[in-house]
Ligand binder design. Structure first.
Ligand code: NAP
Length: 307
């Protein structure tokens, strides 16, 4: 463990202790109850809830929104979060994230995960360099080939970057259940550290092939679209929270849905995107208390199906 990663680990622990004092019921749990999951290729543990940035950080320059999002990210780090996912595809998100992270002086807490997204393999390196400048960081922790776009050439470059010490982890993404067979082949045949795909209580196709392969091959799994870009969470929130949620230390639907995701043994983290502090607090509650066992997971699936 180098100095940067040691500092990250210490910060995560002390943050959690401060958090348990500062945020009342949201996280008033002993630090050992925080959910960290190991990245199989290294053993490094990361918090099970990260932050997506597709819509929530894609806005035109506006001082009030920048201030609010800076506070939001400050709360994310205070509540023990580290991994933030973005992409050159997300308009101004990387630029706005870079501003907030710089303002918060939070680089040591950050696990920076972005993507390469260009059909031209030759343009990959310059796109990555531009992203790095927008994020205002020296190096990414994780770079993923976005939506498998020109993945053969980009993967070669990313794996080479990792070999040269310019990158810690390499991954590939998809979403909405697209191109799972091709992704499966990449997972089986390429030395990737991470894979990212859609997984939530409704979209469970990855349980058939991708999650078992991730487990077998030792590939970390990031669950995107945990709330179906808001459709799922807006729908369930119209219904009362089931009684059994209390047994899982959940007092809101968001943490129940996220606990379903991160309790799968092959899932490393989920990346809900939010622009609201109250929603962030709900999402981060996932990292406290107990996680559902298989019986409870089945109960969550059948309860949501019955709504
Ligand atoms: N192919 C790929 O690589 C790929 C594809 C899709 C997504 N992703 C990644 O995955 C991330 C997450 O996916 P997503 O952004 O599509 O959608 P999502 O995280 O499933 O849902 C985001 C929506 O949920 C709402 N929300 C969040 N927390 C909530 C809460 N506690 N209560 C009620 N509403 C809540 C947000 O609204 P508020 O702002 O009002 O909270 C927002 O409208 C993306 O941001 C991106 O980083 C990657």
């Amino acid at each position: 463990m180098n100095r940067r990663h040691f500092l990250k680990a210490v910060t995560a622990c002390s943050t959690s202790i401060m958090t348990s004092m500062a945020f009342g019921s949201v996280s008033a749990r002993p630090v050992e109850n925080y959910v960290f999951k190991a990245i199989p290729s290294s053993g490094e543990k990361i918090p099970a809830i990260g932050m997506g940035s597709f819509v929530n950080f894609n806005f035109v320059q506006d001082d009030d929104i920048l201030k609010q999002r800076t506070e939001l990210l400050g709360q994310f780090f205070e509540l023990g979060g580290t991994l933030i996912d973005s992409s050159p595809m997300y308009g101004a998100s990387e630029k706005n994230l870079g501003y907030c992270i710089d303002k918060l002086k939070a680089r040591d807490k950050l696990f920076a995960a972005s993507k390469v997204w260009t059909s031209s393999v030759d343009d990959g390196p310059s796109e990555i360099a531009a992203s790095r400048q927008l994020w205002r960081i020296n190096q990414f922790d994780l770079l993923q080939v976005h939506n498998l776009l020109s993945w053969e050439g980009h993967l070669e470059h990313l794996l080479d970057m990792k070999k040269q010490g310019g990158l810690r982890y390499v991954g590939v993404t998809t979403s909405h259940g697209r191109r799972h067979s091709e992704l499966e082949q990449v997972m089986l045949n390429q030395p990737i550290d991470f894979v990212q795909a859609t997984y939530n209580v409704i979209d469970r196709e990855v349980e058939q092939r991708l999650l078992p392969i991730a487990r077998e091959k030792g590939i970390a799994f990031i669950s995107n679209r945990p709330f179906q870009r808001g459709v799922l969470i807006d729908w369930v929130k119209k219904h009362p929270l089931p009684e059994f949620a209390r047994d899982l230390d959940c007092d809101n639907w968001a943490s129940l849905l996220l606990k379903f995701i991160v309790s799968h043994p092959a899932v490393t983290c989920a990346i809900p995107a939010t622009s609201r502090k109250d929603h962030l607090a709900e999402n981060m509650q996932t990292m406290t208390g107990v996680l559902p066992d298989q019986k409870m997971r089945n109960q969550i699936v059948s309860h949501v199906a019955s709504l």
